[in-house]
Design a protein around this ligand. Structure first.
Ligand code: WT7
Length: 649
């Protein structure tokens, strides 16, 4: 493999003894009982589990049976008692440069106060609550308050539009929503409260909306429904006892895109998930107590749930939370924050790296980045040239790059180098080896293990503690999506190659799911949003490889005869997608055609549209009904390229 050149980092902050990792890994597979009965002690339990794993009802695996614990207790109370009361939990950096530092004690007080207010509203264990907040301290406060009293929270990324939010409110059955008047992005206000109002106009069942004042701009407050956070959350001293939750009581639902128009609600539990995120953060990044950890993801995605909120707090670390855009007000924003706060570990996405790389080395060179000792990436495969840039220009050739491969469903890292357990020589673009307890294998279509260097599907043969409990309210889809392609084994939906040294290389999605800037988006959701526009008769959406974002969204639409297929319509469609699903879903290109390739049974052949548009071989077209449409697609692309080159010239 051309990219297979090994890199040996020169820093001192990792354990170079890869054979130690191998030993620990072996033990985790050979003696899971023994291994996990030790590693569950990374948390405090109100009651220790009586069994490590109940696998009597596969694939509904239940970890740490009969164990009782509370995530908020583990994130806060035990540190307050254990000597970290005055340590900074978060250094929050506002987009306008302001900062707030909150100690463990301060966070504890705020979480108790909100928990009290939520109880006063009548919320109780098992109730769902939707959190739709920007990157402000109230986000972790809301998560921890919910966890404290046993509510099941569902955080909706603040970049989602009203339609996507409404769908998640309905699907979770939440009666309470926590939001803010707005959030800041690129110096502008995103009107979150307004989006909540739009979502609630088409959804019933929500009794209360709690609104944080962040921007201070005027918002409408509906009498009897909407409440200001600061009016119900006191700043006094309250103590709300942490609910002793069962290890397999749900902690949260996080919706993620699948291959239908309906998002999947990954339901995570308390015990297995918490043990998993705490251990994996330690193994992969080896943070020491005095480090400053910066996971630059959004709290609304699983990366933020696991590695901004839960794991770093479980470990008693100090994290940076940055409110805004990484290029605002200038492309050195991240490097400036690293210098100002002397950050030691940076964990970000390949898209962010490629975006900043485009601005050139001049920006990182403006700052002292010498405090960095470990770097990480997540969300999509990292191409070797971005890896190299990150390694040289940000890590100064000292810092190992921890390429963590995982998913919303897995709760935490699955395949990743282990800076703490023993780091292997790194190969740029490979996530290297499995975390302890993870048993990956690369299979072909028929379930046979493929030889080294051959592409196949990544599958896990064994359950692991961080795995989700099910899809919320949809056990059948859980079994069908993840455990039916290969009976009894978890299918990730990703292509993978294991090289001849045993390194795993993740090669992108094998299903109709896109990965745009590290965000998982469903093609069908976008097609649905387009088809729900009165002007659109048919739509096909797919991803085009992109040097910065990994993939960008391309749509082909057929416009109904009654409408003029002009740029005005295209703009209308763009804004409709933005409004329903959110800005990240807006197609980069929308092409109008008279017809789309279909099978005789009338199914749109997205695969053929994509191949033709990307100038690839269309594969099997024996079921294609209307061949002329292939030329339509070709013509549309040629026209687009011509216009693009004219605009450039
Ligand atoms: C999908 C999961 C995990 C948190 C962020 C995304 C892709 C993720 C890597 C990586 C190659 C990666 C996969 C996966 N992915 N990390 N290090 N190398 N691909 O979470 O939205 O659940 O998406 O992201 O395709 O299936 P998600």
């Amino acid at each position: 493999m051309a990219e297979g050149r090994n890199v040996l980092p020169t820093g001192e902050y990792y354990n170079p003894n890869v054979s130690q990792y191998q030993q620990i890994y072996r033990r985790s597979i050979d003696d899971p009982e023994g291994f996990w009965s030790e590693h569950l002690n990374i948390l405090d339990w109100f009651q220790k589990p009586t069994r490590i794993l109940d696998d009597s009802n596969p694939p509904f695996y239940r970890w740490f049976v009969d164990g009782k614990l509370n995530a908020s207790y583990n994130a806060l109370d035990r540190h307050i008692k254990g000597g970290l009361r005055n340590k900074a939990a978060y250094i929050w950096v506002a987009e306008d440069g302001g900062e707030k530092i909150i100690t463990y004690d301060g966070l504890y007080r705020r979480v108790n106060n909100l928990a009290k207010a939520l109880l006063n509203l009548g919320l109780k264990k098992g109730d769902r609550i939707v959190i739709y907040l920007p990157m402000i301290l109230e986000a972790p406060v809301a998560i921890l308050a919910a966890a404290r009293i046993g509510l099941i929270f569902s955080f909706v990324f603040a970049g989602f539009g009203a339609g996507a939010l409404a769908e998640r409110i309905r699907a979770s059955g939440a009666r309470t929503v926590i939001t803010a008047d707005g959030g800041y992005r690129n110096g502008k206000v995103i009107e979150l409260k307004k989006i909540v109002d739009e979502a609630l106009a088409e959804t019933s069942g929500v009794d209360n909306v709690i609104v944080v004042r962040r921007t201070g701009h005027e918002v409408e407050m509906e009498d009897g429904r909407d409440i200001w956070w600061h009016e119900i959350v006191g700043d006094g001293v309250n103590y709300v006892p942490p609910e002793p939750l069962d290890s397999n009581d749900p902690l949260y639902i996080l919706y993620t895109s699948g291959t239908t128009g309906k998002p999947k609600g990954a339901l995570h539990g308390n015990g297995g998930y918490s043990v998993w995120v705490a251990n994996t953060l330690k193994w992969a990044f080896n943070p020491s107590p005095d480090d400053r950890w910066w996971c630059a993801a959004d709290i609304g995605w699983v990366t933020g749930h696991s590695y901004i909120v839960f794991a770093p707090l479980f470990l008693g670390l100090t994290s940076i939370i940055y409110e805004g855009s990484i290029v605002y007000p200038s492309p050195d924003r991240m490097w400036e924050i690293i210098e100002r706060y002397r950050v030691n570990i940076l964990y970000t996405s390949p898209t962010a790296i490629r975006t900043l790389m485009r601005y050139g080395e001049k920006y990182p060179k403006m700052h002292d980045l010498s405090t960095l000792k470990v770097l990480g990436t997540v969300g999509e495969p990292i191409n070797p040239s971005a890896w190299k840039w990150y390694y040289d220009n940000i890590g100064g050739g000292r810092c190992p790059i921890i390429d963590t491969y995982w998913q919303t469903e897995t709760g935490g890292f699955m395949i990743s180098p282990s800076a703490q357990l023993g780091l292997p020589p790194l190969k740029p673009g490979s996530a290297t080896f499995p975390m302890p307890g993870v048993d990956p294998v690369v299979l072909d279509e028929d379930g046979r293990e493929v030889p080294p260097e051959i592409k196949g599907y990544l599958v896990y043969r064994k359950p692991w503690p961080g795995m989700f409990l099910t899809l919320y309210n949809d056990d059948d889809r859980y079994v069908e999506t993840y455990f039916s392609k290969y009976k009894g084994m978890y299918y990730c939906g990703d292509y993978c190659v294991k090289d001849s040294d045993g390194y795993f290389w993740l090669l992108g999605r094998a299903d109709e799911v896109l990965n745009v800037a590290g965000h998982r988006l469903g093609t069908i959701e976008i097609e649905d949003a387009l088809i729900n526009s009165p002007e659109v008769a048919e739509a096909a959406v797919f991803g085009r490889p992109d040097p910065v974002k990994g993939e960008v969204i391309v749509a082909f639409v057929v416009i109904k005869e009654a409408y003029e297929a002009d740029t005005e319509i295209i703009n209308k469609l763009r804004s409709r997608v933005r409004k329903t699903l959110g800005p990240i879903y807006v197609p980069e290109e929308i092409h109008v055609v008279k017809g789309l390739p279909k099978t005789r049974s009338g199914k749109i052949m997205r695969r053929v549209v994509k191949a033709v548009a990307l100038d690839q071989l269309p594969g099997d077209v024996s079921t294609l009904e209307n061949e002329a449409t292939v030329d339509e697609v070709k013509k549309a692309i040629e026209l687009f390229k011509k216009e693009a080159s004219e605009n450039e010239g």
